[in-house]
Design a protein around this ligand. Structure first.
Ligand SMILES: C[S@@+](CC[C@H](N)C(=O)[O-])C[C@H]1O[C@@H](n2cnc3c(N)ncnc32)[C@H](O)[C@@H]1O
Length: 298
């Protein structure tokens, strides 16, 4: 995730799989991480969905559902609705189906590529799309297409931005203090590069509420929800921090100096008592922003 709470610079990059969405990210290879991340950050989804509990939707779309952690929450919250997890990766949709079965919720899945297949997916009363629009070259166009899926009165919820994650004490007891801040900067650099390299990448002022209004929506508001997992971390979130640091280590050679890379190596050493598998002071603090808008009557 970058400084906006988004993933960047730490992506799994494809090596000639040839079934991408136009970018070169191998989302299927990231299935474990995406599911672990979804489960770890579920507190923000729970809080965001509480804001939507007054709705009584007939059809709900989770666009870019990944392995379906939020989609299953939506299905459990709106058991009468047809909830559809939509993603470009069949492997991730299979995970979503397995998850729904395990949890005993009714979930449909549909494979689609964004933005080109979006028009075929509507109509819906609620469209949820978390951490997906920033992977599309033209974000404003993607929002217009998402808004166009809504019936009159329907709600679009787009999760973009928030606060960068924090896991580490400022002073780890070794290395130069402040590694977390430097990781945040590295993530922001990677994110910029990811955006610049997307096909059809269009620069836009990332004023998400303004962009939702430009997509024709009204009653636009943004709410930010905290994920606050204090030390000591349970096994799942601890594994999430390890995986996040591993991805940093793989992607940060050009962004971090030798001392910080050595600090990361020590943190990732399973045998080191000061490493992330063993230390008691790891925590997880982050926030996600949900931008909401409603499709007005014509
Ligand atoms: C960062 S993950 C977000 C997953 C989930 N919404 C969440 O918040 O954890 C982005 C998801 O969007 C999907 N995706 C990204 N770009 C896509 C595209 N152009 N077409 C179809 N799916 C895409 C990926 O397969 C992945 O599952």
């Amino acid at each position: 995730m970058n400084q906006h709470g988004q993933r960047g610079g730490d992506h799994g990059h494809r090596e000639g799989h040839g079934h991408g969405h136009g970018d070169d990210l191998d989302w299927a290879a990231m299935a474990d991480m995406l599911e672990l991340e979804g489960e770890t950050l579920i507190p923000y989804v729970r809080q965001a969905l509480a804001e939507l509990r007054h709705l009584d939707p007939h059809r709900v779309l989770d666009i870019g559902s990944g392995p379906g952690v939020a989609a299953c929450r939506l299905a459990s919250m709106f058991p009468e609705a047809e909830v559809v997890a939509v993603d470009g990766e069949p492997e991730l949709l299979a995970r979503a189906e397995q998850r729904a079965e395990r949890l005993g919720v009714r979930l449909r899945t549909r494979q689609a590529r964004f933005p080109e297949d979006l028009a075929e997916l509507g109509p819906a009363d609620l469209v949820w799309s978390a951490q997906v629009v920033h992977h599309v070259g033209d974000q404003q166009d993607a929002l217009r297409r998402l808004a166009a899926l809504l019936d009159v009165g329907g709600v679009l919820a787009v999760v973009e931005g928030g606060l960068p994650p924090r896991w580490l004490p400022r002073d780890l007891g070794f290395g130069r203090p402040g590694l977390q801040e430097r990781l945040t900067v590295a993530m922001a650099e990677g994110f910029d590069r990811m955006r610049a390299e997307l096909p059809g990448s269009v620069a836009v002022v990332e004023d998400w509420p303004g962009m939702l209004r430009a997509a024709g929506l009204t009653d636009v508001r943004s709410r930010t929800f905290l994920v606050d997992l204090p030390a000591p971390l349970a096994e799942g979130p601890r594994r999430f921090v390890r995986r996040s640091l591993e991805r940093h280590r793989a992607a940060s050679d050009e962004f971090l100096d030798a001392e910080d890379l050595a600090t990361l190596d020590r943190l990732l050493d399973p045998a080191d008592p000061a490493g992330v598998d063993r230390r008691e002071d790891l925590f997880l603090l982050t926030a996600r922003t949900v931008h909401l808008g409603r499709r007005p009557a014509l």
